[in-house]
Design a protein around this ligand. Structure first.
Ligand code: IFM
Length: 445
């Protein structure tokens, strides 16, 4: 069986380096009868939006199998488990706590703490309550204040149970995929919508950070951002310029306001009617000091000069080799990303909060031999190691995902887990990648 190894002298071989596994509420929980509807329930009901026509009604049935899943997490030997809270499960339509929903998570947090597994809690991983979307969702500035109220109530209810909070997971995905190009819930389109949603999410992040630092000052509080590093197709001036614009538009847009209190320069190139509405003082709220930053990385993209009037860049198809979801495997970009972000911004400690690969797994005689996923993890862990060698302060790494789950617009067709889920029987089987990850973690000194 293939192994994952790192140099014995690597910081990543010390027991203070945090290894974890990650999931998100909508992708695994099911149990929809005990919560309010969210935008992904609605999106799943819209014909043609989900590749296999599926939904989150049952998912991995984690709502009922949470205890068994924590036993699985402990068996892998990880230091931490990153989960997200379903806002529509814990807050009712009147904005009050739904105690049954809160208790569902408290039992999980207590069980994790009892087993010395650090809970990394994400407050928003895309499942906005539908009734809030009905009043404009992230296009409505008021949603940022509803989010802050949710963060306030839930962090008070959780008390000191949470090791680390993330205000948001991947604002790019919620804003760009959900409100600008419409391939994710709620399926809205238009540049002004995408940029406005992003601004309100960043505002909500800042308000949420203020709340978390007040209610839970001993937790590590931060945000999780995803990056798709941009590379030029050629070294022509036009391709280099287009690549820089792409980077500003899809990556820097979500991080620069947090550290520099400003959007990237490309903001000035947007027509007035496509710019987000920003109120005085917003950047002061957004730029709260962070205890850590979570970075999610899967792939890179390549760019050349725009081919359509009014666009800033032309995005090319992924190069090869690719994972089963069609994303190029390019670990060097993770090292480049970490070193460049550390040069550009005064970063707090970094956690790699997601990294992993979709592979077309098969289960035979109770085993899943996912050597391609093991190779992916090996090369990307090496890439993190190399960034640390170059002085970047990375303190942890989370595999995405603990188990196969609902992969958004791809439904259940793409498997990212280190655990195989049989969706008929709900049986879980640790894949060879899970075993390799387990052995790496055990081999630390
Ligand atoms: O499954 C998602 C996750 O919810 C957010 N980050 C990317 C993963 C793979 O697409």
């Amino acid at each position: 069986m293939s192994k994952i190894t790192l140099p014995p002298t690597s910081t990543m071989m010390s027991k203070s380096f945090v290894y974890g596994v990650a999931t998100a509420s909508f992708q695994i929980e099911g149990g929809i009868e005990d919560r309010l509807p969210c935008i992904w329930d609605t999106f799943c009901q819209t014909a043609g939006k989900i590749a296999d026509g599926s939904n989150g009604e049952v998912a991995c049935d984690h709502y009922n199998k949470w205890f068994e899943d924590i036993e699985l997490i402990e068996s892998i030997g990880v230091d931490a488990y990153r989960l997200s809270i379903s806002w529509p499960r814990v807050i009712d339509k009147e904005g009050q706590l739904n105690q049954a929903g809160v208790d569902f998570y408290i039992q999980i947090l207590d069980e994790l703490n009892r087993r010395n597994i650090k809970p990394f809690v994400t407050l928003y991983h895309w499942d906005l309550p539908q009734h809030i979307e009905d009043t404009g969702g992230w296009l409505n500035r008021k949603t940022a204040y509803l989010y802050a109220d949710y963060a306030d109530k839930i962090s008070k209810a959780f008390g000191d149970r949470v090791y680390s909070y993330a205000t948001f997971n991947e604002p790019f995905c919620s804003a760009f995929l959900g409100y600008e190009i419409g391939v994710h819930a709620p399926g809205k389109t238009g540049r002004q919508n995408g940029r406005q949603a992003a601004h309100h999410i960043l505002l909500a992040h800042g308000l949420g950070m203020q709340v978390l630092q007040k209610n839970s000052p001993d937790s590590k509080n931060g945000i999780v951002l995803n990056f798709t590093p941009c590379y030029p197709k050629s070294n022509s001036d036009a391709d280099l310029q287009a690549t820089d614009y792409a980077d500003q538009y899809i990556n820097q847009w979500y991080i620069k306001p947090i550290f520099d209190k400003a959007y990237p320069k490309i903001f000035d190139l947007l027509p007035e009617n496509e710019k987000p509405v920003i109120e005085a003082g917003d950047f002061d709220i957004i730029a709260q000091p962070l205890d850590y930053i979570g970075i999610n990385y899967y792939t890179r993209l390549t760019y050349s000069a725009p081919q359509v009037e009014g666009e800033f860049y032309h995005e090319h198809e992924h190069l090869y080799p690719r994972t089963d979801i069609g994303w190029e495997i390019y670990p060097q970009a993770l090292t480049d990303l970490l070193t460049s972000l550390a040069k550009r911004y005064p970063l707090p400690p970094i956690y790699i909060t997601e990294n992993g690969a979709a592979i077309a797994d098969t289960i035979e005689n109770g085993e899943v031999v996912d050597t391609d996923r093991i190779n992916y993890y090996q090369s990307h862990l090496n890439a993190v190691d190399s960034a640390i060698e170059q002085g970047v302060n990375v303190q942890g790494y989370f595999a995405w995902s603990l188990m196969d789950n609902f992969e958004w617009a791809e439904g259940y067709l793409k498997r990212f887990g280190i655990t195989y889920v049989d969706y008929q029987s709900q049986e879980r089987t640790l894949k060879h990648s899970g075993i390799a990850y387990q052995q790496l973690i055990k081999s630390r000194s």
